[in-house]
Design a protein around this ligand. Structure first.
Ligand code: HMG
Ligand code: MG
Length: 303
């Protein structure tokens, strides 16, 4: 099993889609560029969804166009439909992510479509992306529980993940949207999906609402997962998932990986400073325990 873990940083998208305060595009661009400077090679930059649904990311085209894009770095963006794809292609996006859910109730609230309708809606998006040479990632939300439906049958998670993989998504990210999962359940869920899809094509995406995200990631790494989504400073949350809190903090994931002897290519010190900086911009403390501990140690250490 490889020792190399790829972190997909989702803070600029999953984090900033959920902020009540207005964040200038220049801050978003600076965040993305700082994250890349920390060594992150996949940074989900923004979202070409309906601005009526997510006004926080109405500036997607402006933000994406302003990023100084670095070679060998991926800047995926969320796309819900053909309209979103057109907007993304117009500014030179090279990777998109489509997003479905395992739960009917969440699918309706998040994208105003049933699960089946959403998968049908993605078919022409995937076709057009393929024609344009654009890579497509797929998300399955609510894999370990739904805020409206409660339990989500594993078979539904497997079915939707399998569909996205067969439809051409090079990677399927399994999202615990409301952070209710625990390690045994997380591992069993990943193993059930990995019976249908090569585990190398899976990623995990944990929100940390119940404080289980790091334990869940550890269990999934043990099961063979090698791609982990996370957000600097633990930013994040979905405006259409009641009670969902931030993603697992990237700083905490990096600290875990260091402890496990797994490589990731990220500079933890620079990342902690970036987490501190964006938290300051948002007027709050960073939600990353590792980031805060590292910076506190640096300020209290005698010179
Ligand atoms: P709808 O209202 O059913 O669609 O929304 P519509 O086609 O009737 O469009 C409504 C209006 O939006 C129209 O404007 C469209 O033109 C416009 P009007 O005619 O009224 O002036 N519109 C668009 N504008 C710009 N870009 C577009 C676009 N599409 C429509 N792409 C729709 C359906 C899917 C569009 C909507 O529900 C939507 O945008 N939902 C996105 C919700 C969202 O972003 N949620 C958060 C991301 S998912 C997440 O966070 C989970 C994840 O992190 C994983 C996990 O944690 O589990 C990924
Ligand atoms: Mg999320």
């Amino acid at each position: 099993m490889s020792d190399l873990i790829r972190i997909v940083e989702v803070g600029p998208r999953d984090g900033l889609q959920n902020e009540a305060r207005n964040i200038p595009a220049a801050i978003k661009v600076a965040l993305i560029e700082r994250l890349v400077a920390c060594g992150l090679t996949s940074v989900e930059a923004t979202s070409f969804v309906s601005p009526k649904w997510v006004p926080q990311l109405a500036d997607a085209a402006e933000v994406f166009s302003a990023i100084r894009r670095m070679p060998k770095v991926r800047y995926p963006v969320l796309v819900p439909n053909l309209q979103g794809l057109e907007r993304a292609l117009a500014v030179g996006v090279q990777e998109i992510a489509v997003f479905a859910a395992a739960s009917e109730a969440f699918s309706q609230r998040n994208i105003n479509a049933s699960v089946t309708e959403s998968l049908q809606r993605f078919a022409p998006v995937l076709d057009k992306a393929r024609e344009a040479g654009v890579a497509v990632r797929g998300y399955v939300s609510t894999v370990l529980g739904c805020p409206y439906q409660g339990d989500v049958p594993l078979a539904d998670v497997v079915r939707v993940a399998h569909h996205l993989h067969n439809a051409g998504c090079y990677e399927v990210s399994l999202g615990d949207t409301i952070g209710v999962g625990t390690p045994r359940k997380a591992r069993a869920m990943v193993q059930a999906v990995a019976n249908e899809i090569p585990i190398g094509a899976l990623a995990v995406h944990f929100h940390d609402t119940w404080g289980q995200a790091i334990a869940n990631i550890h269990a999934c790494l043990d099961a063979g997962v090698r791609v982990v989504d996370s957000a600097v400073a633990g930013l994040g949350g979905c405006p259409y998932a009641a009670g969902a809190s931030g993603n697992v903090a990237t700083e905490d994931v990096v600290y875990l990986l260091d402890g496990l002897g797994l490589s990731h290519g990220v500079d933890l010190g620079a990342l902690a400073e970036t987490g501190e900086w964006i938290s300051g911009q948002l007027g709050r403390e960073s939600a990353s325990k590792a980031g805060r501990a590292l910076l506190a140690r640096q300020t209290t250490r005698p010179h």
